[in-house]
Ligand binder design. Structure first.
Ligand code: UDX
Ligand code: ADP
Length: 455
């Protein structure tokens, strides 16, 4: 059997590496039109940072895992073609700002239609609006070479930072297909690949539309939990309750559960906001404005939470941060990834720069040029925004420190040393609640967290 995956990004790369590792008899080709990205996958410096990924890639690469720009050749020879290209939010025309931009999906479908012959299984791995399989099928049907294609939906639920672990032992694998004998056969073939290492009872099969929709709904529910706890964090700050104590108390209820109740500066990442906006757009398209408004509020609270954090920094620094140095620790949207898509750090930095603060960022894995481009826009500069090589340099001489990403190394810093090098009063804002505020206050910091009682 041969597998081809179109798209060598955060989803396609790790997922195919795991399939190749677990199925040594299957040849897996990951193809991408971005030659630089393919070159990086073939080098010692992989294009994405993900704990444990180097090891998986090293074991399978060159054996049965290949990264190449030969899209057409691998489409021709593959039995199963995964589509793992990006589906960003549309920035133009109808649905701008909310609908998914399907141009990469469509272009891949056209490429497949152009080169594929015989019998193929096409697997949607990218997150897409429900009914996208219809579009792919229509394009493939126009190919005229007698291609017999079955389109399946197999959304990826891995989270960045834990991709290898999530792929190794997924809570479930979801496969949606057409409920016809040919569809069932294709579903069984794909299920057979995962069954090499995933217990059968964790492989769920559904109809196409349930599978497509489930991915959006799973992300909407996860994000909703974060916005729910973040809304309560504001109430905690107003009342003296402690949001971690509240989360712990409610999470012990087995109907609620303990996960995804961590109050924060706001969720980021390539999925939550994009998928909820996509969901609200779909709801409106199907004449359900009330449902759209309900889910839209999850994104609304998140935007507010990010603003609230930056506003609090300004307020506590006596309502002016002009020409004050503020250290931002962490820029990635969560720890253990170099991904900055939709990271709250962008909003926090922009809001502080708008107040004429001197913002100095440090992140262990995000390159300096990316931090500057994400915050200011490509090609723009602002002498107030700088990037430091380590946390100590970022904090030296700063009036305030803001923890934006929960990197483990921030827990181990010598805060007494940092405090000594700051003008007084020295402020610390823990946007992730990873530090011991009482200990910081003992050192002398004016320290506050999200949803934590004030000093
Ligand atoms: C998410 C889903 O978890 C995954 O199943 C899906 O396939 C893609 O989207 P990801 O965006 O990689 O994965 O990371 P996730 O761990 O879900 O975190 C998303 C954001 O929420 C991060 O900014 C994270 O810091 C934040 N978060 C998460 C919180 O603020 N509080 C929490 O309790 C959990
Ligand atoms: P994700 O997080 O969903 O994996 P990424 O943006 O990291 O998204 O990766 C998507 C990849 O898909 C990119 O490397 C991009 O170059 C690739 N891609 C997009 N369209 C095509 C196409 N038509 N042919 C080949 N590769 C494509």
């Amino acid at each position: 059997m041969k597998i081809c995956c179109i798209g060598a990004g955060y989803v396609g790369g790790p997922t195919m590496a795991m399939i190749a590792l677990k199925c040594p008899d299957i040849q897996v080709a990951v193809v991408d039109m971005n030659a630089a990205r393919i070159a990086a996958w073939n080098s010692d410096q992989l294009p994405i940072y993900e704990p444990g990924l180097d090891d998986v890639v090293r074991q399978a690469r060159g054996r049965n895992l290949h990264f190449t720009t030969d899209v057409a050749g691998n489409i021709k020879s593959a039995d199963i073609i995964f589509v793992a290209v990006n589906t960003p939010t549309k920035t133009y025309g109808v649905g701008a700002g909310r609908a998914a931009d399907l141009r990469y999906i469509e272009s891949v479908a056209r490429t497949i239609a152009q080169h594929a012959t015989g019998t193929k299984i096409i697997v949607e791995k990218s997150t897409i609006p429900v009914k996208t399989a219809d579009t792919i099928r229509s394009i493939l049907a126009s190919n005229g070479t007698g291609l017999k294609a079955q389109v399946l939906s197999n959304p990826e639920f891995l989270a960045e930072g834990t991709a290898v672990q999530d792929l190794l032992a997924p809570d479930r694998v979801l496969i949606g297909g057409e409920r016809t004998p040919e569809g069932d056969q294709a579903v069984a073939a794909l299920a057979g690949v995962y069954a090499r290492w995933v217990p059968r009872e964790r492989i769920i099969t559904t109809n196409l539309w349930s599978s497509e929709l489930s991915k959006l709904v799973a992300n909407a529910f996860l994000a909703q939990r974060i916005s729910s706890i973040n809304s309560i964090s504001a109430l905690c700050e107003a009342t003296g309750a402690d949001v971690d104590e509240v989360a712990n108390a409610i999470g012990k209820d087995s109907r609620i559960g303990p996960k995804f109740l961590k109050a924060s500066v706001g969720f980021g990442g390539s999925c939550f906001q994009k998928d909820i906006l996509n969901l609200t757009y779909l709801c409106e398209s199907f004449g359900l404005p009330e449902v759209a408004a309900y889910w839209g509020s999850v994104v609304g609270i998140n935007d507010w939470q990010k603003k609230r954090f930056a506003a609090r920094i300004v307020k506590e620094l006596f309502n002016t941060v002009a020409d004050k140095k503020i250290a931002i620790l962490g820029f990635a949207f969560k720890k253990d990834t170099n991904d900055t898509r939709e990271t709250a750090a962008i909003n926090v930095c922009r809001d502080l720069l708008a107040e004429h603060a001197s913002v100095c960022v440090y992140d262990p894995k995000v390159p300096a040029d990316e931090i500057l481009a994400d915050t200011l826009g490509k090609g723009h500069t602002n002498s107030r925004l700088t990037v430091a090589q380590d946390a100590y340099a970022a904090c030296a001489g700063a009036h305030a420190i803001a923890i934006v990403t929960e990197w483990d190394e921030f827990k181990k810093l010598d805060y007494a040393r940092i405090y000594a090098g700051m003008p007084k009063p020295a402020f610390l804002f823990d946007g992730r609640n990873i530090l011991d505020l009482a200990a910081l206050r003992k050192i002398g910091f004016k320290a506050s967290g999200i949803g934590k009682p004030a000093e």
